[in-house]
Design a protein around this ligand. Structure first.
Ligand SMILES: NC(=O)c1ccc[n+]([C@@H]2O[C@H](COP(=O)([O-])OP(=O)(O)OC[C@H]3O[C@@H](n4cnc5c(N)ncnc54)[C@H](O)[C@@H]3O)[C@@H](O)[C@H]2O)c1
Length: 261
C-alpha cells in the first residue's frame, strides 16, 4: 500500500511498538510525547510540529488522558487529518471523538488486541477491532486497509458490544491476575503444574503493563463492574457447593450447571 504519514501521540509501551510496526511497513512516523525518551529521528518538539505533516494521528496515551488530548488537538486539525485512538476500552473514546470531532474531522476507534509483548514475540494472528463513526465510513475502510497491511485481522464492531465482550474476557483476565498478584501467588513457579501455566502467562503479561491500563479496563468499561460482580458471586457459589455437596459427580467441572445469565 502507499506509505502514509502517521503522528503518534504517546510513546509508551504501545505507541513505541506501534511506531516500529508502522515504520517496518514503510510508513513515515512522527512522535510527540513530552514525557518519553523518543528517538531523535522520530521526535517532534511541539504538538503543532507533530501534526503539520501528518495524515493519520494515533492517540496512544492512557484512556484517562484521551479526552483532554482530543480537545488539545482539535483546533490544529483540518479535513485532511484522520484520527484513530488505540484505547483498550471503546465506549468512552468513541463517544468523545463524536463529540469533539463530529462530522468535521474523520475518526475511527480501534482496539488492537495485541501489545508490545506479542509484537516482540511475532505472534500471529494480530487482531484489531474497529469501531467506525457513522459520519466517516470511509475512514473505517482506510483504517482496515492499514491494519490488514500490518498483518492484522480486522473485525468491525460497535463500541458498546465490543466493551461488553471485553468485560467477560479482558476485564476478568486482569481482575483474576490482580487478585493472584495481591495474594503473592505466581511468585514461585518451581512446582506449578501445567494447569497453572495459562494463569502464570496471564500474570506475567499483566505485570508488564502500565498501571493505568488496569484501572482503565476495570473502570472505563461500562460493563466491567457487572461482569466482576457476576464472577465474584459465582466463585462464592462454587465455594459453597464444594462445602455442601457430597456427590462429587455433581461437582464435576466437565458438566457445568446452566449459565447464570
Ligand atoms: N500496552 C498494551 O498492551 C496496549 C494494547 C492495546 C492498546 N493499548 C492502549 O494504548 C494506550 C497507551 O498504553 P501504554 O500501555 O502504551 O501506556 P504507557 O503508560 O506505557 O504509555 C503512555 C504514554 O502516553 C504519554 N502521554 C500521556 N498523555 C499524552 C499526551 N496528551 N500527548 C502525548 N503523549 C501523552 C505518556 O507520557 C506515556 O509515555 C492506552 O490507551 C492503552 O489502553 C495498550
Amino acid at each position: 500500500m502507499n506509505p502514509k504519514s502517521f503522528t503518534i501521540l504517546g510513546y509508551g509501551r504501545f505507541g513505541a511498538a506501534f511506531a516500529d510496526l508502522l515504520i517496518r511497513a514503510g510508513h513515515s512516523v512522527t512522535v510527540f510525547d513530552p514525557n518519553a525518551a523518543v528517538p531523535e529521528n522520530l521526535a517532534a518538539t511541539t504538538l503543532e510540529n507533530a501534526l503539520r505533516e501528518a495524515h493519520w494521528i494515533v492517540l496512544a496515551m492512557p484512556v484517562a488522558h484521551m479526552r483532554a488530548a482530543m480537545s488539545a488537538v482539535r483546533p490544529l486539525l483540518t479535513s485532511r487529518h484522520s484520527l484513530m485512538d488505540v484505547g483498550s476500552v471503546k465506549v468512552g473514546p468513541c463517544q468523545w471523538m463524536e463529540e469533539i470531532f463530529g462530522a468535521e474531522i474523520s475518526h475511527v476507534g480501534t482496539h488492537p488486541l495485541f501489545g508490545p509483548l506479542s509484537l516482540a514475540r511475532g505472534e500471529l494472528p494480530r487482531r484489531v477491532v474497529l469501531c467506525g463513526s457513522a459520519f466517516h465510513p470511509d475512514t473505517a475502510v482506510a483504517a482496515r486497509e492499514i491494519f490488514e497491511n500490518l498483518d492484522c485481522e480486522v473485525v468491525q464492531r460497535d463500541a458498546a458490544s465490543h466493551d461488553r465482550l471485553m468485560a467477560d474476557t479482558h476485564v476478568l483476565a486482569f481482575f483474576i491476575a490482580k487478585a493472584l498478584v495481591e495474594m503473592g501467588i505466581g511468585d514461585d513457579l518451581t512446582l506449578a503444574p501445567p494447569s497453572f501455566r495459562g494463569l502464570a502467562n496471564m500474570i506475567a503479561a499483566v505485570r508488564g503493563d502500565a498501571g493505568h491500563l488496569f484501572a482503565a479496563i476495570q473502570k472505563e468499561n461500562p460493563y466491567a463492574e457487572a461482569s466482576r460482580a457476576r464472577f465474584v458471586d459465582m466463585l462464592a457459589t462454587v465455594h459453597r457447593r464444594l462445602q455442601e455437596e457430597s456427590n462429587d459427580q455433581r461437582l464435576s467441572i466437565a458438566e457445568p450447571s446452566e449459565p447464570t445469565r
